[in-house]
Design a protein around this ligand. Sequence first.
Ligand SMILES: Nc1ncnc2c1ncn2[C@@H]1O[C@H](COP(=O)(O)OP(=O)(O)OP(=O)(O)O)[C@@H](O)[C@H]1O
Ligand SMILES: [Mg+2]
Length: 364
Amino acid sequence: MVGAGQLARMTCQAAIGLGVGFRVLAGSAADSAAQVCADVQVGDYTSRDDVLAFAAGCDVVTFDHEHVPGPHLAALEKVVAVRPGADALRYTQDKLAMRERLAGLGVSCPRYAPVSSLAEVTAFAAESGWPVVLKAISGGYDGRGVWVCETPDEAAEVLAHPVAVFAEQHIEFDRELAVLAARSPHGQAAVYPVVQTVQRDGICHEVLAPAPGLEPRRAREAQRLVLALAAELDVTGLLAVELFDTGRLLVNELAMRPHNSGHWTIEGAVTSQFEQHLRAVLDGRTAGRYGECFRWARSRRVLPLPACDGGRPGREDPPVREAGAAGAQDRARDRGRGPGAGGPAARAGRAGGALPGDGGGLRP
Ligand SMILES: Nc1ncnc2c1ncn2[C@@H]1O[C@H](COP(=O)(O)OP(=O)(O)OP(=O)(O)O)[C@@H](O)[C@H]1O
Ligand SMILES: [Mg+2]
């Protein structure tokens, strides 16, 4: 797996259970997965040589992020099975290409337009209204690269940065949903229940599985959509589709790796998303009881303790209280970044772990 963040760390745990040899390409030995994985290569995923050296001796290469440059993926594909492949990954690396492809397939999405000047943004707003969402075409994550602009001045400020963006209609959604499927190279696929995701500051904070109150007809529509897209884009491994629920379902974006909306599957499903991803990319290992799930699950984001920086957690800091609660709950699991990996990440406010649960008082 290229990348050694918390998604790779949890995939490593699944690999142990499957008896699969698992190697990570880590930026540093302190990366979350590098701390627990037996086979670590330290290197730079933007270096073609590092990526090729990492893949030597692997049967299959997969990813915990979507940032390996396209030409490196093409070079990799000549020497090893790359799953998902470069053609599919393109739609997670380039959000404008993703919008264009989805529009071509007739999938409902927010209105969008390529823009490179303020005049083009205001022309777009004349049709779609303010606010306008400007989105980085590539490189965004956790809401970095998403700017909600209320006025032309705010749009001008975004355009002043050297980041290629496109314009998107601001959607007044009722809630956000996500749906996750896995597909093998031979087209065998299985789908999990649709979940509700709650974002705070662009970061997924809470996941409710299955999405409370979602009509079965609309849940099936979302599940059919993810399976159809996985086949159409020839995805191998996991495909996550993030959706806006406005009464109808609009696609926000795609991810082709374990997804933060799927951590609940570790305890909430017979086969976790991490095991599912490995089974799918390894092919021939796909098991029947794919998406069988327990009745309800909830997972919550927990930030790393400031103690990672040598300080004592402040009493009033809500994320710290939550982390403390995690330690006190016998069902809590560290999805962790691990000791030593928390410093810069903690300061940047990135996810440190998730608190899974049995759904507590959730009701349909
Ligand atoms: N067109 C839109 N209208 C309203 N809100 C939006 C729109 N696009 C994005 N958002 C909000 O911003 C969040 C992050 O957007 P998006 O998923 O596109 O970015 P990202 O940084 O790539 O996220 P991720 O961490 O999932 O990769 C969404 O979950 C949603 O809450
Ligand atoms: Mg998103």
